[in-house]
Design a binder for this molecule. Structure first.
Ligand SMILES: [Cu+2]
Length: 471
């Protein structure tokens, strides 16, 4: 059984993305090797309508260079194609499930009717189809994503390749003119033959995967290993980063560069915040501005720095290792004119804590919420449409749990009693070991049953989830 601990390792150096450009400056590419996922084609001719087809199906594709891997994929690609829409749009997704098992598509972070949420309450059987139809509220431009959320099978289906980005653009985007990059982060592990490696049940590795959530030793950006981005001197790029990993928490940094953190899960902040590194828990998103400040012709790497989210017993031996995710090449080319950034991106109206009628206490222990595991037939909390509430989420164990509430965006009030320095809209917040986070949320509309859960997919699948019913 211990044999599964000696995970077969594909040498990562062999997996680096190959430059596909012809024109080169020195030995370095003059253009990005980072590829964007395809964008879903809008088949509607009606105004303010985005209508797309998504099929989840088994596929055999090249995930690692020179090998074929059996995967699950949305429309045949990993990540799945990007869904692009604008605030105020009506979105119609014709979804077909060609997998050999039930699935759903959860539109993570989007404020929509409960039966459109792709929660475990609305499984789509093998061979079945479901039309997800919803309107995107004004003021909710941001970087969202979509992934499976069937009862007990989210981790497996995501590991098999089901995840994609969902970008909602603002009617009036203050930084729309900046060059934009989408970075969907994922990790996985493979057998030497290229197949995706899952731990044998009851093995030591399987227990570790249960505790930590399943991590992989190969780190992907948009399905590529170590792709590159080229930036000109003086250029400012907007990077939308999605952490689509099942468990891995990234601590992003670019050596020699102070990052401008400008947005979180559900859109832009009011002002940029300077950061040396940014922690992105699984299912969180960040928007950041990256600047062409380096020496022309030089390279730096987007790093994933060590972050200790683990219990000591199952902390990986190499947790303290920094890993490179992407190559950033400072080109010899210079921006013709300096880029000026707005000082204010948008107004984030405050939810007023004085209007909160209830404070709920949510206690996260290992695998449980308020002492229970998930029961689909149970309602754990009840609330009224229109109510504003404060949630006090306490993590009483020695590992982090990223906490996600479906359907309703919230604002963090304080972390461990320290007031949040600025407002932002979020749908997931990491609760570090033995810490507590309070947030405020308003259930503006959409009655129904809504999930809240840990977003370590292994924990979610094994019941670290509960139900809020809004009436
Ligand atoms: Cu958890």
């Amino acid at each position: 059984m211990a044999a599964s601990l000696a995970m077969p390792i594909v040498p990562v150096a062999a997996l680096r993305a190959q430059p596909v450009v012809v024109q080169q400056v020195g030995s370095k590419p003059a253009a990005d090797t980072l590829r964007n996922p395809p964008v879903l084609r809008n088949i509607s001719s009606r105004p303010h309508t985005v209508e797309v087809n998504i099929v989840a199906a088994p596929a055999r594709i090249s995930v690692l260079p020179g090998r074929l891997t059996d995967v699950y994929a949305y429309n045949g690609s990993i990540p799945g194609p990007t869904l692009e829409a604008r605030e105020g749009d009506r979105v119609i997704i014709h979804f077909r499930n060609e997998l050999p098992e039930a699935t759903t598509v959860h539109w993570h972070g989007v404020h929509l009717p409960a039966n459109m949420d792709g929660s475990p309450f609305d499984p789509v059987p093998p061979g079945g189809h479901y039309d997800y139809i919803f309107n995107i509220p004004r003021g909710t431009a941001g970087t969202y994503w979509y992934h499976p959320h069937p009862d007990g099978r989210s981790e497996y289906q995501a590991a098999m390749g089901l995840f994609g980005a969902f970008i909602v653009r603002a009617a009036n985007d203050p930084i729309a003119t900046l060059p934009e990059k989408l970075l969907v982060l994922s990790d996985n592990r493979f057998r030497p033959d290229g197949s995706i490696e899952f731990a044998d049940s009851n093995s030591t590795q399987s227990n570790i995967d249960m505790e930590n959530g399943r991590e992989g030793n190969v780190l992907f950006v948009n399905g590529q290993v170590m792709p590159s981005i080229v930036i000109r001197k003086g250029e400012v790029q907007r990077w939308r980063v999605v952490n689509a990993s099942a468990a891995r928490v990234y601590r992003l940094a670019i050596p020699g560069q102070v990052l401008l953190h400008v947005g979180s899960d559900d859109g832009l902040f009011e002002h940029a915040v300077e950061k040396n590194d940014i922690v992105v828990a699984n299912s969180e998103r960040v928007e950041l501005l990256v600047r062409g400040t380096g020496k022309p012709g030089s390279d730096v790497e987007l790093m994933d720095l060590p972050y200790d989210r683990y219990m000591p017993q199952t902390r990986p031996a190499d947790w303290n290792t920094s890993r490179a995710l992407l190559d950033l090449h400072y080109s010899d080319r210079v921006m013709p004119a300096p880029v000026t950034l707005p000082t204010t991106f948008r107004v984030v109206p405050a939810l007023d804590t004085a209007t909160a009628t209830v404070t709920r206490t949510v206690v996260l222990s290992q695998g449980m919420i308020n002492g229970h595991t998930m029961d689909m037939s149970r309602v754990d909390m009840q609330a009224s449409v229109g109510a504003t509430e404060i949630w006090d989420v306490e993590n009483v164990v020695g590992m982090d749990h990223p906490f996600h509430l479906h359907g309703f965006q919230f604002q963090v009030i304080d972390r461990n009693g320290v007031p949040e320095p600025f407002r932002s809209w979020k749908d997931v917040v990491n609760i570090p070991k033995h810490e507590a986070v309070r947030f405020i949320v308003r259930y503006a509309d959409f009655p129904g049953k809504w999930m809240f859960h840990c977003h370590i997919l292994a924990h979610e699948d094994h019941g670290m989830m509960a139900v809020l019913q809004v009436r």
